[in-house]
Write a protein that binds this ligand. Structure first.
Ligand code: NAP
Length: 266
Protein backbone atom coordinates (compact mmCIF):
# COMPACT_ATOMS: atom_id res chain seq x y z
CA UNK A 1 0.00 0.00 0.00
CA UNK A 2 1.23 3.53 -0.83
CA UNK A 3 2.26 5.67 2.11
CA UNK A 4 -0.46 7.90 3.55
CA UNK A 5 0.72 11.51 3.43
CA UNK A 6 -0.08 13.19 6.72
CA UNK A 7 -0.16 16.74 8.12
CA UNK A 8 -0.19 17.02 11.92
CA UNK A 9 -1.76 20.12 13.53
CA UNK A 10 -0.52 20.74 17.08
CA UNK A 11 2.88 18.94 16.82
CA UNK A 12 4.27 20.43 20.07
CA UNK A 13 1.25 19.39 22.15
CA UNK A 14 1.19 16.27 24.30
CA UNK A 15 -0.96 14.37 21.81
CA UNK A 16 0.75 15.87 18.76
CA UNK A 17 4.20 14.72 19.94
CA UNK A 18 2.87 11.22 20.49
CA UNK A 19 1.32 11.24 16.99
CA UNK A 20 4.69 12.25 15.48
CA UNK A 21 6.36 9.34 17.30
CA UNK A 22 3.71 6.97 15.97
CA UNK A 23 4.25 8.24 12.38
CA UNK A 24 8.04 7.93 12.79
CA UNK A 25 7.72 4.27 13.76
CA UNK A 26 5.22 3.37 11.04
CA UNK A 27 6.28 2.94 7.42
CA UNK A 28 2.69 3.26 6.16
CA UNK A 29 2.74 7.01 6.93
CA UNK A 30 4.77 9.93 5.63
CA UNK A 31 4.75 13.27 7.48
CA UNK A 32 4.54 16.01 4.80
CA UNK A 33 4.07 19.01 7.10
CA UNK A 34 2.81 20.41 10.38
CA UNK A 35 0.50 23.25 11.40
CA UNK A 36 1.74 25.03 14.50
CA UNK A 37 1.03 28.35 16.18
CA UNK A 38 4.72 29.26 16.01
CA UNK A 39 7.88 28.20 14.11
CA UNK A 40 6.62 29.19 10.63
CA UNK A 41 8.98 27.93 7.92
CA UNK A 42 11.17 25.88 10.26
CA UNK A 43 11.62 22.11 9.95
CA UNK A 44 10.15 19.73 12.54
CA UNK A 45 13.63 18.36 13.35
CA UNK A 46 14.75 21.86 14.42
CA UNK A 47 12.24 21.93 17.28
CA UNK A 48 13.60 20.63 20.55
CA UNK A 49 12.16 17.30 21.59
CA UNK A 50 10.44 16.53 18.29
CA UNK A 51 11.44 13.57 16.09
CA UNK A 52 13.85 13.99 13.16
CA UNK A 53 11.49 14.92 10.33
CA UNK A 54 12.44 17.21 7.45
CA UNK A 55 8.77 18.26 7.10
CA UNK A 56 8.05 22.01 7.08
CA UNK A 57 6.01 23.85 9.72
CA UNK A 58 3.27 26.30 8.73
CA UNK A 59 1.46 28.73 10.99
CA UNK A 60 -1.20 29.23 8.31
CA UNK A 61 -3.40 26.16 7.90
CA UNK A 62 -4.66 27.61 4.60
CA UNK A 63 -1.11 27.80 3.17
CA UNK A 64 -0.21 24.32 4.44
CA UNK A 65 -3.29 22.76 2.89
CA UNK A 66 -2.80 24.63 -0.41
CA UNK A 67 0.94 23.95 -0.77
CA UNK A 68 1.22 20.41 0.54
CA UNK A 69 0.08 17.27 -1.19
CA UNK A 70 -1.60 15.49 1.73
CA UNK A 71 -4.13 12.70 2.22
CA UNK A 72 -4.91 13.16 5.91
CA UNK A 73 -4.84 15.96 8.49
CA UNK A 74 -4.49 14.75 12.08
CA UNK A 75 -5.76 17.53 14.33
CA UNK A 76 -4.75 17.58 17.99
CA UNK A 77 -5.15 21.23 18.94
CA UNK A 78 -7.92 23.25 20.62
CA UNK A 79 -11.67 23.24 19.90
CA UNK A 80 -11.56 26.68 18.22
CA UNK A 81 -8.66 25.89 15.90
CA UNK A 82 -9.51 22.22 15.40
CA UNK A 83 -12.88 23.22 13.99
CA UNK A 84 -11.31 25.71 11.57
CA UNK A 85 -8.64 23.22 10.50
CA UNK A 86 -11.23 20.50 9.92
CA UNK A 87 -13.35 22.71 7.67
CA UNK A 88 -10.31 23.97 5.74
CA UNK A 89 -9.04 20.41 5.23
CA UNK A 90 -12.39 19.30 3.82
CA UNK A 91 -12.42 22.28 1.47
CA UNK A 92 -8.99 21.14 0.20
CA UNK A 93 -10.13 17.50 -0.11
CA UNK A 94 -7.80 16.41 2.70
CA UNK A 95 -9.38 13.90 5.09
CA UNK A 96 -9.42 15.07 8.72
CA UNK A 97 -8.78 12.70 11.63
CA UNK A 98 -9.77 14.74 14.65
CA UNK A 99 -8.80 13.97 18.22
CA UNK A 100 -9.49 17.53 19.37
CA UNK A 101 -12.54 17.57 21.61
CA UNK A 102 -15.10 20.23 22.48
CA UNK A 103 -16.87 20.96 19.17
CA UNK A 104 -20.43 22.29 19.55
CA UNK A 105 -23.45 20.52 18.05
CA UNK A 106 -23.68 23.27 15.41
CA UNK A 107 -20.02 22.81 14.46
CA UNK A 108 -20.51 19.04 14.23
CA UNK A 109 -23.50 19.55 11.95
CA UNK A 110 -21.54 21.92 9.70
CA UNK A 111 -18.71 19.40 9.41
CA UNK A 112 -21.18 16.58 8.70
CA UNK A 113 -22.82 18.62 5.92
CA UNK A 114 -19.53 19.76 4.39
CA UNK A 115 -18.12 16.21 4.34
CA UNK A 116 -21.28 14.95 2.67
CA UNK A 117 -21.24 17.75 0.09
CA UNK A 118 -17.54 17.21 -0.72
CA UNK A 119 -17.78 13.39 -0.36
CA UNK A 120 -14.59 13.47 1.72
CA UNK A 121 -14.11 11.20 4.75
CA UNK A 122 -13.67 12.56 8.29
CA UNK A 123 -13.16 10.69 11.54
CA UNK A 124 -13.86 12.55 14.77
CA UNK A 125 -13.34 10.49 17.89
CA UNK A 126 -13.62 11.89 21.42
CA UNK A 127 -11.49 8.98 22.55
CA UNK A 128 -8.99 7.06 20.45
CA UNK A 129 -8.19 4.53 23.20
CA UNK A 130 -9.69 1.17 22.27
CA UNK A 131 -10.33 0.36 25.96
CA UNK A 132 -12.35 3.56 26.36
CA UNK A 133 -14.44 2.69 23.31
CA UNK A 134 -15.19 -0.70 24.84
CA UNK A 135 -16.09 1.02 28.15
CA UNK A 136 -18.66 3.10 26.26
CA UNK A 137 -20.09 0.06 24.48
CA UNK A 138 -20.30 -1.97 27.73
CA UNK A 139 -22.01 1.03 29.39
CA UNK A 140 -24.66 1.17 26.68
CA UNK A 141 -25.29 -2.54 27.21
CA UNK A 142 -25.51 -2.17 31.00
CA UNK A 143 -27.93 0.78 30.69
CA UNK A 144 -30.56 -1.57 29.26
CA UNK A 145 -30.65 -3.22 32.69
CA UNK A 146 -29.75 -0.29 34.98
CA UNK A 147 -31.48 2.99 34.16
CA UNK A 148 -29.84 5.02 36.98
CA UNK A 149 -26.30 6.03 36.13
CA UNK A 150 -23.73 8.70 36.92
CA UNK A 151 -20.53 9.34 34.96
CA UNK A 152 -17.35 10.51 36.69
CA UNK A 153 -14.62 11.68 34.33
CA UNK A 154 -11.15 12.64 35.57
CA UNK A 155 -8.54 14.49 33.51
CA UNK A 156 -5.31 16.47 33.85
CA UNK A 157 -5.80 20.10 34.85
CA UNK A 158 -4.73 21.54 31.47
CA UNK A 159 -7.82 20.22 29.71
CA UNK A 160 -9.90 23.06 28.23
CA UNK A 161 -13.35 21.49 27.85
CA UNK A 162 -15.64 20.00 30.49
CA UNK A 163 -17.30 17.60 30.52
CA UNK A 164 -14.97 15.49 28.38
CA UNK A 165 -16.02 14.46 24.89
CA UNK A 166 -15.89 10.85 26.08
CA UNK A 167 -18.33 11.53 28.92
CA UNK A 168 -20.73 13.31 26.57
CA UNK A 169 -20.46 10.49 24.04
CA UNK A 170 -21.05 7.89 26.79
CA UNK A 171 -24.17 9.76 27.91
CA UNK A 172 -25.42 9.95 24.31
CA UNK A 173 -24.98 6.18 23.86
CA UNK A 174 -26.74 5.46 27.17
CA UNK A 175 -29.55 7.85 26.22
CA UNK A 176 -30.29 5.70 23.16
CA UNK A 177 -31.37 2.78 25.38
CA UNK A 178 -32.22 4.28 28.80
CA UNK A 179 -35.79 5.23 29.80
CA UNK A 180 -35.58 9.02 30.02
CA UNK A 181 -36.13 10.17 33.63
CA UNK A 182 -34.72 12.56 36.25
CA UNK A 183 -32.56 10.71 38.75
CA UNK A 184 -32.35 11.27 42.50
CA UNK A 185 -35.07 12.49 44.86
CA UNK A 186 -37.80 14.57 43.21
CA UNK A 187 -37.33 17.24 45.93
CA UNK A 188 -33.52 17.23 45.67
CA UNK A 189 -31.94 20.71 46.06
CA UNK A 190 -28.33 21.78 45.55
CA UNK A 191 -27.16 23.81 48.54
CA UNK A 192 -23.90 24.46 46.65
CA UNK A 193 -24.32 25.14 42.93
CA UNK A 194 -22.89 22.40 40.73
CA UNK A 195 -22.79 19.79 43.50
CA UNK A 196 -24.81 17.32 41.44
CA UNK A 197 -22.83 17.87 38.23
CA UNK A 198 -24.12 18.38 34.68
CA UNK A 199 -27.54 17.05 33.73
CA UNK A 200 -27.91 15.02 30.52
CA UNK A 201 -31.45 13.72 30.12
CA UNK A 202 -31.67 13.26 33.91
CA UNK A 203 -28.27 11.51 34.31
CA UNK A 204 -25.34 13.29 35.91
CA UNK A 205 -21.79 13.89 34.70
CA UNK A 206 -19.07 14.95 37.16
CA UNK A 207 -15.74 16.36 35.93
CA UNK A 208 -12.55 16.21 38.02
CA UNK A 209 -9.38 18.11 36.97
CA UNK A 210 -6.10 17.40 38.75
CA UNK A 211 -2.38 17.39 37.94
CA UNK A 212 -1.13 13.81 37.72
CA UNK A 213 -4.20 12.51 35.94
CA UNK A 214 -4.24 11.66 32.21
CA UNK A 215 -7.74 10.49 31.10
CA UNK A 216 -9.97 8.31 33.26
CA UNK A 217 -13.67 7.56 33.47
CA UNK A 218 -16.02 5.57 35.69
CA UNK A 219 -19.60 4.83 34.70
CA UNK A 220 -21.48 3.86 37.86
CA UNK A 221 -24.86 2.14 37.59
CA UNK A 222 -27.16 1.73 40.58
CA UNK A 223 -29.94 -0.82 41.05
CA UNK A 224 -31.74 -2.35 44.01
CA UNK A 225 -29.06 -3.63 46.41
CA UNK A 226 -26.24 -3.39 43.85
CA UNK A 227 -23.97 -1.09 41.89
CA UNK A 228 -21.96 -1.80 38.78
CA UNK A 229 -18.86 0.25 37.89
CA UNK A 230 -17.29 0.21 34.44
CA UNK A 231 -13.91 1.93 34.55
CA UNK A 232 -11.21 2.85 32.07
CA UNK A 233 -7.81 4.50 32.60
CA UNK A 234 -5.45 5.93 30.01
CA UNK A 235 -2.12 5.99 31.86
CA UNK A 236 -0.32 7.86 29.08
CA UNK A 237 -1.02 9.30 25.62
CA UNK A 238 0.46 6.28 23.85
CA UNK A 239 -2.87 4.63 24.67
CA UNK A 240 -4.58 6.77 22.00
CA UNK A 241 -2.20 6.08 19.13
CA UNK A 242 -3.42 2.69 17.88
CA UNK A 243 -6.82 4.35 17.44
CA UNK A 244 -5.32 7.37 15.62
CA UNK A 245 -3.45 5.00 13.30
CA UNK A 246 -6.58 2.95 12.58
CA UNK A 247 -8.59 6.11 11.88
CA UNK A 248 -5.92 7.53 9.55
CA UNK A 249 -6.00 4.30 7.55
CA UNK A 250 -9.79 3.86 7.49
CA UNK A 251 -10.56 7.50 6.67
CA UNK A 252 -9.01 6.86 3.23
CA UNK A 253 -12.01 4.63 2.39
CA UNK A 254 -14.71 6.98 3.73
CA UNK A 255 -16.78 9.64 1.96
CA UNK A 256 -18.59 11.09 5.00
CA UNK A 257 -18.17 11.81 8.71
CA UNK A 258 -17.73 8.93 11.14
CA UNK A 259 -18.06 10.02 14.77
CA UNK A 260 -16.54 7.56 17.21
CA UNK A 261 -13.84 4.92 16.88
CA UNK A 262 -16.36 2.15 17.60
CA UNK A 263 -17.67 2.44 14.02
CA UNK A 264 -14.22 1.57 12.70
CA UNK A 265 -13.59 -1.46 14.93
CA UNK A 266 -14.66 -4.91 13.67
P1 NAP B 1 -1.92 20.33 24.51
O1 NAP B 1 -0.74 19.62 25.05
O2 NAP B 1 -2.38 21.60 25.14
O3 NAP B 1 -1.66 20.58 22.96
C1 NAP B 1 -2.45 21.40 22.15
C2 NAP B 1 -1.51 21.94 21.10
O4 NAP B 1 -2.27 22.64 20.12
C3 NAP B 1 -0.50 22.95 21.69
O5 NAP B 1 0.79 22.60 21.25
C4 NAP B 1 -0.96 24.27 21.10
O6 NAP B 1 0.10 25.17 20.88
C5 NAP B 1 -1.51 23.77 19.78
N1 NAP B 1 -2.31 24.79 19.10
C6 NAP B 1 -3.16 25.69 19.62
N2 NAP B 1 -3.65 26.46 18.64
C7 NAP B 1 -3.09 26.03 17.50
C8 NAP B 1 -3.16 26.44 16.15
N3 NAP B 1 -3.90 27.48 15.77
N4 NAP B 1 -2.44 25.77 15.22
C9 NAP B 1 -1.69 24.74 15.56
N5 NAP B 1 -1.53 24.32 16.84
C10 NAP B 1 -2.24 24.96 17.78
O7 NAP B 1 -3.20 19.36 24.51
P2 NAP B 1 -3.23 17.77 24.27
O8 NAP B 1 -3.32 17.07 25.58
O9 NAP B 1 -2.19 17.39 23.31
O10 NAP B 1 -4.68 17.64 23.61
C11 NAP B 1 -4.97 18.18 22.34
C12 NAP B 1 -6.44 17.94 22.02
O11 NAP B 1 -6.68 16.53 21.95
C13 NAP B 1 -7.42 18.47 23.09
O12 NAP B 1 -8.60 18.93 22.47
C14 NAP B 1 -7.73 17.23 23.93
O13 NAP B 1 -8.99 17.30 24.57
C15 NAP B 1 -7.74 16.18 22.85
N6 NAP B 1 -7.49 14.81 23.28
C16 NAP B 1 -8.15 13.86 22.58
C17 NAP B 1 -7.95 12.54 22.85
C18 NAP B 1 -8.68 11.53 22.02
O14 NAP B 1 -8.47 10.34 22.22
N7 NAP B 1 -9.55 11.95 21.10
C19 NAP B 1 -7.08 12.16 23.87
C20 NAP B 1 -6.38 13.16 24.58
C21 NAP B 1 -6.58 14.49 24.25
P3 NAP B 1 0.71 26.09 22.08
O15 NAP B 1 1.61 25.15 22.82
O16 NAP B 1 1.40 27.18 21.37
O17 NAP B 1 -0.47 26.55 22.89
Amino acid sequence: MAEIKVIVAGPRGKMGREALRMIKDDTSFELVGCIDRTNDGRRVAEIEGLPQFDAKIYTSAETALSELEADVLIDLTTPEHGYKHTKLALEHNVRPVVGTTGFTDEQMQEITDLAEEKEVGVVIAPNFAVGAVLMMQFSKWAAKHFSDVEIIEKHHDQKLDAPSGTAVKTAQLIKEVRDSHKQGHSDEKETLEGARGADVDGMRIHSMRLPGLVAHQEVVFGGLGQTLTIKHDSHNRESFMSGVKLAAEKVMELDRLVYGLEHLLD
